[in-house]
Structure formats: structure tokens, C-alpha cells
Design a protein around this ligand. Structure first.
Ligand SMILES: NC(=O)c1ccc[n+]([C@@H]2O[C@H](COP(=O)([O-])OP(=O)(O)OC[C@H]3O[C@@H](n4cnc5c(N)ncnc54)[C@H](O)[C@@H]3O)[C@@H](O)[C@H]2O)c1
Ligand SMILES: [Zn+2]
Length: 364
């Protein structure tokens, strides 16, 4: 049974998230967006193209006069303006105009880059997300944040651009390697911690079935995660306030990601960052030690790291990154803590000592 979530933007209905386990309904769902296009350009990467491009092209051909595809080399290092430039050139050569659309088929790298291109080509054309990694299905395809990296700076150039449809086929998760799948679980556990205690308990109870990627379980997991993200982004579409709670685990997470030279996946770094945030939440007396341990146990159960052992990280460099983070937001570090499992808040009172202690906890 397909599931459907309607996402609002500024209190107006904006786009549907469809959760299915095949691509069978994709053509119909593209049709029901009501968009009036002639051409579709499917943007994907070199790993996803051999797996799913043909199936998605077939669905698109049912709805468009012409279907083109643009495939770039997989990897975060290609989420940059050089590839965007090549994509602009490709669209111009193929005479794509304002009414035509892009389809992002792949993980967060493809989604972010395609969304950014859609936001800027001819001052904006429409696009559809067809996310194929767990991280992109539960997080990056929803909420309209798009962008690319610039030199060493992650997501430095970007725009808010809402998709016209997010079509999720959870069947694509079966071809994902275990480490990538688990990395996506980092963001899933985050939702349990910041906004949904029932979901946290569900993740504890259903770990076996999630890890074995039972399709019904995955459908429920993706649905509940999307619902959590929807609630937060609807309340604060451009991150003026509450949306920042989605950064739980990300302050330390981003610093670790940078200091290990991006050898660890995003969700793995976020997992370690959540341990640091849980530690500070316990130290400040918001949660009890048992709840902190419960969070660490859940992270472990999904085979994610809970400390930096084996990474050989330079503590000073991490601390420096955290301070840099501080500089970026006018002298105050916005840190996300939890009051209890299932409710997060923004704290601006942490000292350098607090951060240092948490850093020791995850690096000891
Ligand atoms: N826009 C947002 O709100 C947001 C939120 C979180 C993360 N992001 C961004 O998302 C990116 C990370 O996304 P990701 O983790 O999906 O990485 P990714 O797009 O690099 O995908 C991971 C790897 O899996 C491969 N792959 C994708 N789908 C597959 C499938 N079904 N089967 C087999 N292999 C498959 C890809 O080719 C790639 O090698 C980062 O650039 C991050 O900044 C954006
Ligand atoms: Zn994240």
C-alpha cells in the first residue's frame, strides 16, 4: 500500500511525498502534479544510473515528449559548480525552457545539485526528487534546501527551492551497501531523539526488522521519518528558529566529518555528535544518565560509531572547528540539546569547557 504525505509551505499545500516500493506509480504521480512540460532531464550519478535510470526513464517517457539524462561521476567531490555548469550547458544544448523539468534520481548529492540547478537555470524551473539512499529518503529530499560545495566549504552556495513531488521507492534501499544504509539511520535516530519518543521506542523494538530491510518495516520507517521532518520544516521553512533542532548531533558531527577528511559518512559523524549532545544534555541535568545510555545503545544497535576511536583525530582541530562554527553565528554557539528523549531545544549558553568535556567523552 502506498503512503502519501502532503507538505505545506507557508501554510499552502506545496508537494506530495509518495512512499512506494516500486516505480510503478511514478508516471501517474508525475502526471498528477499538473505540470505542463514537454521535456524531462533525469539527473543521476554513475552508481545509480546502471541500477535505476532505465526504469525511471520509462516512467518519464510516458509523460514527456522527450526524456534526456545527465549522468555525473558519483561522490561528494562532484557536488560542485563545475558539474552545475556542465548541466546548464547540457540543458541549453537540449533547448530546455522554463516549462521543462528536472528529475533528481539518486542520493543527497544528486538531489542537492539538481535542486540547485533547478533553482537557478532560467531563474528557476521545476524539479522532482526521486531519492534512492536512506539519508535522502528520510532527510535531504524534503524541505527544499538545495546547494553545492564550494572549494573546501560544504554547502556554501545554495538556495531554497521546493520540489514539485518527492517519489520514494523504498525498494531502491535493497541495493545500498550496509554502511550507507546505517549512515542514513543516524538521521532516523535523530528524529526519535528530537521530536518523537514513540518513534524512538519503535526503533528500539524493531531494530532486527529494520536492519534486515523488511519492506513493510522500511515503509513505516521512511513514512514516520518524513512526517517528523515535515512537521519541523512546515513550522520554520527557512530556518529562522525551530528548524535548527534538525542539527542535533551536527555541531560535533560536522567537525568530525571535516577532521577525518570525509572518510566517515555523514550519518556516522552525526551519530558520534549525538553522543556528545546527549552527554551535555545529561551533564546539564536535562536528561538522566540512563537516557543518555539508552541513546548510545540505540546508536550501537544500528552499527553506528559512538566515539572517535580508530580515527586518530586531532582534538585541538575539532575544538577549533567548533569555535569557527561559533563565529559563523554572531558570537554565540547555537547548540541543540534535549530536555528528554523526544524533545529538543536550542541552547546558546554552552561554554568552551562544556564542549571540551564532551569532546573528551567521545575521543577518550
Ligand atoms: N538538502 C538537505 O536538506 C540535506 C540534508 C542532509 C544531507 N544533505 C546532503 O546529502 C549528501 C549526502 O547524501 P547521501 O548520503 O545520499 O550521499 P550520496 O548521494 O553520495 O549517495 C551515497 C552513495 O550511494 C550511491 N547510491 C545512491 N543510491 C543508491 C542505491 N539505491 N543503491 C546503491 N548505491 C546507491 C551513490 O552513488 C553514492 O555513491 C551530502 O552532500 C549532504 O550535504 C542535504
Ligand atoms: Zn544531517
Amino acid at each position: 500500500m502506498n503512503k502519501d504525505i502532503l507538505v505545506h509551505n507557508n501554510n499552502k499545500p506545496c508537494y506530495h511525498i509518495v512512499i512506494s516500493n516500486t516505480f510503478e506509480e511514478l508516471a501517474l504521480r508525475i502526471k498528477t502534479t499538473g505540470l505542463n512540460f514537454k521535456r524531462i532531464c533525469i539527473v543521476t550519478d554513475s552508481n545509480v544510473a546502471p541500477l535505476y535510470l532505465e526504469m525511471v526513464s520509462k516512467a518519464c517517457r510516458m509523460e514527456a515528449d522527450r526524456v534526456e539524462s545527465f549522468v555525473f561521476e558519483a561522490g561528494e567531490q562532484n557536488k560542485n559548480l563545475d558539474i552545475v555548469r556542465k548541466l546548464y550547458a547540457f540543458l541549453i544544448e537540449n533547448e530546455f525552457d522554463r516549462h521543462d523539468i528536472l528529475v533528481a534520481l539518486g542520493g543527497g548529492v544528486v538531489g542537492d545539485l539538481t535542486g540547485f540547478t533547478a533553482a537557478t537555470y532560467l531563474r528557476g524551473i521545476d524539479f522532482i526528487q526521486v531519492p534512492t539512499t536512506l539519508l535522502s529518503q528520510v532527510d535531504s529530499s524534503i524541505g527544499g534546501k538545495t546547494g553545492v560545495d564550494f572549494d573546501a566549504y560544504k554547502n556554501m552556495v545554495g538556495a531554497f527551492k521546493m520540489p514539485k513531488l518527492v517519489y520514494i521507492n523504498t525498494g531502491t534501499l535493497l541495493s545500498l551497501d550496509a554502511r550507507q544504509f546505517n549512515s542514513g539511520m543516524g538521521e532516523v535516530i535523530k528524529y526519535g531523539c528530537i521530536s518523537d519518543y514513540d518513534y524512538f521506542k519503535w526503533l528500539e523494538t524493531n531494530a532486527g526488522s529494520v536492519i534486515s530491510r523488511n519492506q513493510d518495516t522500511l515503509a513505516e520507517l521512511v513514512f514516520t521519518s518524513c512526517e517528523n521532518k515535515r512537521r519541523v520544516v512546515e513550522e520554520d521553512p527557512t530556518e529562522k528558529g525551530i528548524r535548527a533542532i534538525l542539527n542535533f548531533g551536527h555541531t560535533f558531527g560536522h567537525a568530525i566529518e571535516k577532521e577525518c577528511g570525509f572518510t566517515m559518512y555523514h550519518g556516522e559523524c552525526v551519530a558520534i555528535g549525538m553522543v556528545a549532545a546527549a552527554y551535555i544534555s545529561a551533564k546539564k541535568g536535562y536528561i538522566c544518565d540512563a537516557d543518555k545510555e539508552r541513546i548510545i545503545d540505540l546508536i550501537r544497535r544500528y552499527k553506528l560509531p559512538t566515539d572517535t576511536s580508530g580515527l586518530n583525530l586531532d582534538r585541538k582541530a575539532i575544538l577549533n572547528d567548533l569555535k569557527h562554527d561559533k563565529k559563523m553565528i554572531a558570537g554565540k554557539l547555537k547548540f541543540i540539546l534535549i530536555k528528554h528523549i523526544g524533545e529538543a531545544f536550542i541552547d546558546t549558553s554552552l561554554s568552551l569547557d562544556d564542549l571540551n568535556e564532551a569532546l573528551e567523552y567521545i575521543t577518550e
